[in-house]
Design a protein around this ligand. Structure first.
Ligand code: GCO
Ligand code: MG
Length: 403
């Protein structure tokens, strides 16, 4: 028994905003979790501070599953990105504490290592196929064996650089959200051309794939997946909006391109149909947005008998603590597929220390008890919260399109 004595939220902006959750117990231990929701940071922060923390004081930090059930089902209000992000922040902190109490890394508490390292992927992008190729080669030199490729969609009236590196437009921007102008037709022409170029110029061993970011209709997605079939993608990511789960059937009828989905599913129930009907090949929920390790390990277990592998979301807009949780789970999960990763800037690493290390294409965590991450609260205080938004997307006629 270790009574929870305090739950504290730290919102910090070492380049971008992170919402960090500290849980303390009466045996003198503490754990850190991450409840960052990109562009909406103060919503989970307030939910934790105002509504969840008072419920947790005095509870037994060791009873992680009971706390998860209590917060996710006992409250009447279920699911959703804000609540499941807040719960994830607490859940990760509790796993961190449990590991520290046991003197064991979290992967060991989950059942131990099924593999030595987690196969990792990073992103390459560019304004034209040659620039993407050059960036893929740079990542290959760093040791990556799997790479996501995105290309800017250009044409008359289009504005913005969908999918192209951070400095060219994807990062959150301060002030009002930047509007990008995007059209499906030039996009649907650009992506197969990109893969044709890459597959003719790069060694065949390198695994490549593409993220659609939920921008297509079912029939457009089926067309794209079919046209990409000759290029043997590792997977086609998020081809459809999260509301269109049943439309994955349509894509499946038309192609053998492997499919991945899940960063916009917020609990195990939302993952069910695409897994149990074997409509996807990779489930890629965000452990920081779907309730943490406790929910993620169940999603992985549901997926295992259906031959669906995990590929947890791991971009820069969730901090190193979630990335550490990803890798602890990756090392254990038998049906692990691949792990998305980023190299965090020094500023972030000064505030949030520890976390996974990349070596020769794989991610590793240390044997330190818990998640192996910590937060320098004095450093975090030097970077106060700054309101920021992701860009939004409109069509040429001015109407809103999905992000
Ligand atoms: C991914 C995501 C990112 C998103 C970001 C939005 O697969 O990493 O789709 O590319 O841009 O997470 O907040
Ligand atoms: Mg994605």
């Amino acid at each position: 028994m270790a009574k929870i004595t305090d739950v504290k939220v730290v919102v910090t902006c070492p380049g971008r905003n992170y919402v960090l959750v500290k849980v303390e117990t009466d045996d003198g231990l503490y754990g850190w979790g991450d409840a960052t929701l990109n562009g909406r940071e103060l919503a989970p922060a307030t939910l934790i501070e105002e509504h969840l923390a008072p419920l947790l004081i005095g509870m037994d930090a060791d009873r992680i599953e009971d706390i998860h059930q209590y917060l996710s089902r006992g409250s009447y209000w279920r699911g959703g990105p804000i609540q499941m992000t807040a719960i994830a922040g607490i859940d990760l902190a509790l796993w961190d504490i449990k590991g520290k109490r046991a003197g064991l890394p979290v992967y060991s508490l989950l059942g131990g290592k099924s593999r030595e390292g987690a196969l990792a992927y990073s992103h390459a992008s560019g304004r034209d196929p040659q620039e993407v190729e050059d960036n893929v080669r740079k990542l290959m030199e760093r040791g990556f064996k799997v790479i996501r490729v995105q290309i800017a969609v250009s044409g008359a009236g289009l504005r913005g650089t969908y999918g192209v590196a951070v400095e060219q437009g994807l990062k959150e921007v301060e002030g009002l959200p930047k509007a990008e102008i995007w059209e499906p037709a030039p996009y649907l022409r650009a992506v197969p051309r990109l893969f044709e170029h890459l597959r003719s110029n790069l060694p065949e061993e390198i695994e490549l794939f593409h993220d659609v970011h939920e921008r297509l209709t079912p029939i457009e997605a089926a067309r794209l997946a079919r046209e990409l079939e000759p290029y043997h993608l590792f997977f086609l990511e998020d081809a459809l909006r999260p509301e269109h789960q049943e439309s994955f059937r349509l894509i499946r009828q038309h192609t053998t391109t492997p499919l991945a989905m899940g960063e916009l599913y917020f609990n195990k129930y939302e993952c069910l149909p695409v897994i149990t009907e074997q409509l996807i090949d990779f489930i890629r929920c965000d452990l920081g947005h779907c309730g943490g390790i406790s929910e993620g390990r169940k999603i992985a277990a549901i997926a295992e008998p259906f031959a669906v592998k995990t590929a947890w979301h791991g971009p820069g807009d969730i901090g190193p603590i979630v990335h550490a949780a990803n890798v602890h789970l990756d090392l254990f999960v038998p049906n692990f597929g691949v792990q998305e990763m980023v190299f965090f800037p020094d500023q972030v690493r000064e505030v949030i220390t520890g976390g996974p290390e990349f070596r020769d294409g794989y991610l590793h965590v240390s044997d330190a008890p818990g998640l192996g991450t910590d937060v320098d609260e004095a450093k975090a205080a030097q970077y106060p919260y700054r309101r920021a938004y992701l860009p939004t997307t409109r069509r040429l006629d001015g109407s809103v399109h999905d992000w």
